[in-house]
Design a protein around this ligand. Structure first.
Ligand code: PMP
Length: 449
């Protein structure tokens, strides 16, 4: 590992006192900085300062399906930096950004034809919510201001995404400043009927009727959009019941409500198709994406919208600017250069098909953990899975934290939220790497019984 920085250089030069880490128990981390410092990465592995090699069980934060340190990406970055490292995104553009929008639209279901670029999932979501408001206003339905999210949904940390999101601890501190007019669908995870489901649970389609309840409560004419993740990722791979998303689509269409799929995790192959929309055979009006589009190497996000939405803006009242929204870094040339290489590699190596091939391997391995006494549920779809453990006497999250910390010693970088372990390994993983990962997880779970 030529890039491995030595422990003295790195750790001692890092002023832990200055760095305020995101979504982290900072107070706790300060007790063990060396344990939590990654210094390099290659392929599906991360390396710590002491040389420990960790299998990347979540592809970074669901964003690096090609693994790390890909020479072609590094080369593309260097070339782009020497050619056009930045270009203003307002009033001007550059060839590879224009071309990337076409490529992304080509991957999306038919009629989702136009791409607005942002720099993260949070920005993509807030952009989509603003497009929904603008769309309705332009067609004379400006009273449609309500947004419907879903319990346990994660849509980033902007005020829009936070408001439609349904993770209670994330919302709590900011309750006073939420976006008005937001309501939430019931989530679909009901262990009574669907524990240990493989793929889409066969029970639960009728939960989609909850949308009719909200429509009746608020009046369809006040609702702009429904936003859901096809598979809820951050809250532990909650897979939609068979027919559930189709039913949501039908209800939205009936009441002229826009349906937004937040595909920040499910987009670009993780479901074995370009998007979850294709995997589940349901066409939303907008798709938000981020993460894997650049393999996580440079931030990028965006929204894909239908012709109908785009044309409504383009043919609306004559304003100098049709959509008063955008970011300094929308369609950043460095990010688009990386995205092109990432899409090339995905195509050349048929990685969506590879995910379809790995899905049953991951499913078999994951469900083999069912015999462990503290495992209360296992779920999987595409190249994602989650295992729930019963809470220990010490409280919710104690086992999760122990498994995570022991994983760092046992060669796994794990993502544990509460007592749920979520998995989204790189597409380049081999079947035996996935099986080894699950065997190590078996030992870790046994160690916290
Ligand atoms: N939406 C979904 C579905 C996500 O999973 C995430 C991130 N995990 C986001 C939005 C927010 O993305 P970011 O962290 O890039 O802002």
């Amino acid at each position: 590992m030529s890039t491995l920085t030595n422990k003295f250089d790195y750790v001692s030069s890092t002023k832990r006192g200055s760095y305020w880490m995101p979504f982290t128990a900072n107070r706790r981390l300060k007790e063990q900085p060396e344990e939590r410092t990654l210094v390099s990465a290659e392929g599906p592995y991360y390396y710590k300062a002491d040389g420990t090699k960790l299998f990347d069980t979540l592809s970074g934060l669901w964003c690096s399906p090609l693994g790390h340190a890909h020479p072609r990406v590094a080369e593309a970055l260097h070339k782009q930096a020497m050619k056009l490292d930045y270009a203003p995104s307002f009033q001007l553009t550059n060839p590879q950004t224009v071309h990337l929008a076409d490529r992304i639209a080509n991957l999306a279901p038919a009629s989702l034809e136009h791409v607005f670029f942002a720099n993260s999932g949070s920005e993509a979501v807030d952009t989509a919510l603003k497009i929904a408001l603008g769309f309705h206003r332009l067609r004379g339905e400006g009273q449609r201001f309500r947004m419907i999210g879903r319990e346990r949904g994660y849509h980033g940390v902007g005020f829009g995404g936070l408001s439609v999101g349904g993770i209670v601890p994330n919302r709590k501190m900011f309750a006073a400043g939420m976006m008005p007019g937001v309501d939430h669908l019931r989530h679909t995870h009901d262990l009574k009927y669907m524990a240990f489901s493989r793929g889409e649970p066969s029970w639960g389609c009728e939960i989609a009727e909850d949308l009719e309840r909200l429509v009746a409560l608020h009046d369809a004419g006040t609702i702009a959009a429904v936003i859901v993740e096809p598979v809820q990722g951050s809250t532990g791979v909650i897979v939609p019941p068979v027919g559930y998303l189709k039913k949501l689509r039908e209800i939205c269409t009936k009441h002229e409500i826009l349906l937004i799929f937040d595909e920040v995790i499910t987009g670009f192959g993780r479901m074995g198709e370009a998007f979850g929309a294709q995997r589940f055979g349901v066409k939303p009006d907008m798709i938000t994406f981020a993460k894997a589009v650049t393999n996580g190497i440079i931030p990028m996000g965006g929204v894909i919208v239908t012709d109908e939405i785009y044309n409504t803006f383009m043919t609306g009242p004559e304003n100098a600017i049709e959509f008063a929204h955008g970011y300094t870094y929308s369609g950043h040339p460095m990010a688009t250069a990386v995205a092109h290489v990432v899409l090339d590699i995905m195509e050349e190596e048929s990685l969506f098909a590879r995910v379809r091939g790995l899905e049953p391997v991951l499913e078999e391995a994951m469900h083999s953990l069912r015999d462990l006494s503290i495992v209360t549920d296992i779920r999987n779809i595409g190249l994602t899975a989650a295992v729930d453990m019963a809470a220990a006497k010490g409280g919710v999250g104690e086992r999760g934290l122990q498994v995570f910390e022991r994983g760092l010693k046992a060669g796994l970088l794990l993502r544990c939220t509460g007592d749920t372990i979520s998995f989204g390994p790189p597409f380049i993983s081999t079947p035996s790497q996935l099986q080894d990962m699950v065997e190590t997880v078996r030992g870790l779970i046994q160690s916290v019984v």
